[in-house]
Design a protein around this ligand. Structure first.
Ligand SMILES: [Zn+2]
Length: 163
């Protein structure tokens, strides 16, 4: 089947046209190369339109995405598991490399935190020692809750530990 492009007016085979379900013959009125030319010329305009569309239809699009996710939940899950299994060694290797690279960084951050918050570390030390004296290990619930009770200038405040 052949079709005349509405832009360049050249008669071309329909494979030169992108599909458009809403049009009467199922194809766009302009050929692929004209469409591409238009896109290249109006990149910014098209991007802005797309952004505006997304912004205007945010809730609707979010809802659609949610619906899609819910109806494809199991497929997605299976795909993720399959992807993980297929690339297991690669993923683990990447994680290991990431951890190796960031170990120094993490240690440095912890060191900085300790030197900037000596009072917290001090209280933690006291807390841990007290727990030890009471016969509880460091891994007990109190320490694990990561809320360190801090007596600060007469007030009692809970400092949420970053550790
Ligand atoms: Zn054309």
């Amino acid at each position: 089947m052949e079709k005349k492009c509405s832009k360049c007016l050249i008669i071309k085979d329909v494979i030169e046209f992108n599909k458009k379900t809403k049009s009467s013959d199922g194809y766009r009125s302009e050929c692929k190369s004209c469409q591409k030319e238009y896109c290249d010329k109006n990149k910014e305009k098209i991007n802005l339109q797309r952004l505006k569309y997304r912004k205007d239809n945010k809730e609707q699009l979010n809802l659609k995405r949610k619906e899609y996710y819910l109806s494809h939940k199991n497929e997605e899950k299976e795909r993720n598991i399959k992807r993980y299994n297929d690339n297991k060694s690669e993923i683990l290797e990447r994680q290991k490399t990431y951890n190796d690279i960031n170990r120094d960084k993490r240690n440095l951050l912890a060191k900085n935190y300790r030197s900037k918050n000596p009072h917290i570390m001090g209280w933690r030390y006291i807390l841990n020692n007290s727990l030890k004296r009471l016969g509880k290990s460091k891994e007990s619930k109190v320490a694990k809750s990561s809320n360190v009770l801090l007596f600060n200038k007469g007030t009692i405040s809970f400092i949420h530990s970053t550790f």
